[in-house]
Design a protein around this ligand. Structure first.
Ligand code: ADP
Length: 749
């Protein structure tokens, strides 16, 4: 066998399991096969390497079919004491060389990545020892002069410094948020306080973000110990909330929470404090392993898929002197970071935590952690009532465009933070039509109670953009209510409404006010923002629906053509396709050619002839004017003849419904906080800027509206640059083998 063909990649999952690991394994296996490289799954993490034999399973294309939607890791994970010893690692090295494996993709936490690093450093020495002992031939050692290692961070805690989101963290947030929503409703029914423990021994990410998304009253996290006397402040806060009409009370405690003296803050301690202060029973709920379990979120599926594919290229490129790397999301892009540095920095944070340097720890957690901490406390402590200022500054919030989950979260955060900053807040009901009719209403602290988690748009929204005659009415109502600033949380229609108002400032003084647009649209098609609020929720709904559609096909060979929303933007189609293992996605951005359809039918036919049972095609609703969903389904049906049948599904409005996902809630709150800061600053300085805010590279950005709109394709109503479009080729690469498999390798039993 030539050297290259003998080479192989090993992939393993190690340490704590995390939802999304299966998507990563699938991507590693299929990308390796596409590169013509053999690939082995190593069962039970490092233990499988130490054990050898049947623990090293050669993987085929089909062996990783249908695993992406499953929680946990299908190839098993374990903690392995033997691998901590050199003897264990020597055995592992021997077993790898037996299979020609000298490239490893390790999916695990910082412990696993450290183990992999140690192994790589020792590789040459271990092989030397094996040769001396006569366990392997000198040629074998010569064939494998070095081991290359690439890491993917699987950890629900999101505790790796240098990586913005680890595999599993988003799913864990889903579990926590669902639990907090459920507890919130029972807590409100009984006007009762709940103390909830979430995972995170050394990292408060889940506590902080879960608390923010779940609308908790207080969070205790390791990085932010409360000043002494917190017991009194906590009970006072709960009392104030109750006095303002709030019925539920939820306190989130991270496993590793500590006080200023570095003593643990446990749920029992918090309960005691609350019971003493409130004089009533308080319930404790430990969420425990539920947080680890269940189907991975859409994000964990697509992110792990992209990272897994990138890991194969990194591990194949690595030479003897290439420092091992970790592949993960950084500033919203899949990036490579040095493994040793990432692990060292992560351990440094733990040391600083122990040493009590909390400011440094927060800084090391990255900008959004500190930012979110600030916003959380501003929201939690927002005063329910403030004395009416002598000359009130009045800010109106409204929506325009299609409904987007997270709109209510925006309004709630804007109202509470606005009131806290001394602004008088108003809501405009019914979008532009409501404004034309003067449906302007004062919003108080209590008006937005419970809005955090609620889907839809309580204020109402419409796609209407005002006509010239309506502008007069709008100006009249804005003036009558003395509105000094406008916050528009909406889609394209919202941005256009603000553009129209701004361009009529010379005619109507009422429009000569600061105006801020916030991207809220499931389509993710708004300019000057990489993500819009609502898109993540819609993506999760679509992926959930696609899972069910796939499950429904059990008996026959069937192709599903599923139409998803997005208007002219293919984000939902592409990302849901990637997260569901679709064979093909059709996007308006790429257009649909007859040639493509013919090629796709041929590929589909080949797949079904090979024994495939199910094929999934996702089509954006406006991918092509003439090659409609109906047409495509009919074409496939005709060409599939007796081989497979075709079903067509239009997912429709369910995509706009649903309670906002944790990510959408967190983004909504961050952007609303930014909008209020901007408005307040503009009013203080007497400025009247018209801007669009967004997120770019994980940071909140502000762009003049005119500039934002100029960066868009106005005809197609979408940004000219779309960061996710480059992921399209991956859908195809992971759906069809790009090279013929040399031999039929046995799959996972
Ligand atoms: P995680 O990867 O989730 O942080 P652990 O810290 O338990 O989980 O590490 C998983 C496994 O990685 C350990 O059981 C052990 O086999 C291996 N490992 C961890 N640290 C080392 C080390 N310093 N040297 C060798 N192997 C290690």
């Amino acid at each position: 066998m030539p050297d290259d063909a003998a080479r192989a990649i090993g992939v393993l999952t190690s340490g704590g399991d995390a939802p999304g690991m299966n998507a990563a394994v699938r991507a590693v296996v299929r990308t390796a096969l596409n590169r013509g490289v053999r690939v082995f799954a190593i069962r039970e993490g490092f233990q499988g390497m130490v054990d050898g034999g049947a623990s090293l399973v050669p993987m085929s294309w089909d062996a990783v079919g249908g695993i992406m939607q499953r929680g946990g890791t299908v190839i098993g994970t374990a903690r392995c004491e033997a691998f901590r010893e050199r003897d264990g690692r020597r055995r592992a090295a021997r077993h790898l060389t037996e299979r020609g494996i000298d490239r490893l993709v390790v999916i695990g936490g910082d412990g696993s990545l450290t183990g992999a690093h140690v192994f790589r450093e020792e590789w040459a020495g271990l092989l030397e020892e094996l040769v001396s002992a006569g366990d392997i031939a000198p040629e074998v050692r010569a064939r494998h002069p070095f081991l290359s290692v690439v890491g993917l961070v699987g950890s629900i805690d999101n505790d790796m410094v240098g990586i913005d989101m680890t595999i599993g963290a988003d799913t864990a947030l889903h579990r926590i948020t669902d639990a907090l929503d459920a507890l919130g409703s029972t807590a409100a029914s009984h006007q009762r306080a709940f103390v909830v423990e979430v995972m995170g021994r050394r990292c408060g990410y889940l506590g902080l973000m879960g608390g923010l998304a779940g609308g908790a009253d207080w969070v205790f996290v390791p990085e932010d110990p409360p000043a002494p006397g917190w017991e009194g402040r906590l009970t006072a806060l709960v009392r104030e909330g109750r006095a303002a009409g709030r019925r539920d009370c939820i306190v989130v405690v991270s496993e590793g929470a500590i006080d200023a003296e570095r003593q643990p803050i446990t749920c029992a301690r918090v309960r005691e404090a609350l019971e003493a202060g409130l004089g009533e029973d308080v319930r404790v709920t430990i969420l425990g392993h539920v947080q680890r379990g269940g189907a991975p979120s859409a994000f964990d599926r697509w992110m792990s898929t992209v990272a897994g594919a990138a890991a194969v290229d990194a591990v194949l490129e690595a030479g003897p002197d290439t420092a091992p790397e970790v592949i993960g999301l950084r500033l919203n892009r899949i990036s490579r970071v040095p493994l040793v540095e990432a692990v060292d920095d992560t351990r440094a944070v733990v040391r600083e935590l122990g040493a009590g340097d909390f400011a440094r720890v927060q800084a090391m957690r990255g900008g959004s952690f500190a930012d979110t901490t600030r916003i959380f406390w501003a929201l939690a402590q927002a005063l329910p009532t403030v004395v009416e200022p002598a000359s009130p500054r009045r800010v109106a919030v409204m929506h325009a465009g299609g409904p987007a989950p997270g709109m209510n979260t925006i309004v709630r955060a804007a109202v509470r933070l606005g009131i806290d900053q001394g602004l008088t807040m108003f809501g405009i009901r019914g979008g532009v039509e409501g404004l034309v009719e003067g449906r302007v209403e004062r919003l108080r602290w209590g008006s937005v109670d419970g809005w955090n988690a609620r889907g839809g748009a309580e204020l109402g929204t419409s796609r209407h953009v005002p006509t010239p005659t309506e502008l007069q009415d709008i100006a009249r109502h804005l003036e009558a209510h003395h509105i000094n600033a406008l916050v528009m949380a909406g889609g394209w229609a919202g941005y256009e409404v603000v553009e129209v108002l701004a361009s009529h400032r010379h005619l109507f003084r009422a429009f000569d006010i600061p105006m801020v647009c916030l991207p809220a649209s499931i389509n993710n098609d708004l300019p000057a923002s990489e993500m819009s609020i609502g898109a993540d929720t819609a993506l999760n709904l679509i992926v959930g629906a696609l899972d069910r559609i796939k499950q429904s096909a059990v008996a026959v060979q069937r192709c599903f053509v599923v139409e998803v929303m997005g208007r002219y933007c293919g984000y939902l189609a592409l990302l849901s396709g990637l997260a569901s293992g679709a064979e093909r996605v059709y996007l308006h951005e790429r257009g649909v050619r007859l040639d493509d359809l013919q090629r796709d039918v041929a590929a589909m036919t080949r797949d079904f002839e090979r024994g495939k049972r199910l094929s999934l095609v996702v089509r954006n609703e406006r991918a092509s004017r003439n090659y409609t969903t109906e047409f495509m389904a009919a074409l496939f049906e005709e060409e599939g003849k007796d081989l497979f049948d075709v079903r067509r599904t239009v997912l429709g409005h369910l995509q706009q419904g649903g309670d906002p996902s944790p990510f959408d809630r967190i983004q909504a709150t961050r952007l609303a906080a930014h909008a209020i800061d901007l408005v307040r600053g503009a009013l203080d300085r007497g400025e009247r800027d018209v801007v669009a805010i967004g997120v770019s590279g994980g940071r909140v950005t502000t762009t003049p509206l005119a500039e934002a709109l100029a960066s868009a394709d106005r005809g197609a109503r979408r940004p000219r640059e779309q960061w996710w479009l480059e992921l399209e080729s991956l859908v195809r690469e992971l759906a069809h083998p790009q090279v013929a498999e040399e031999e039929a390798l046995p799959g996972l039993s």
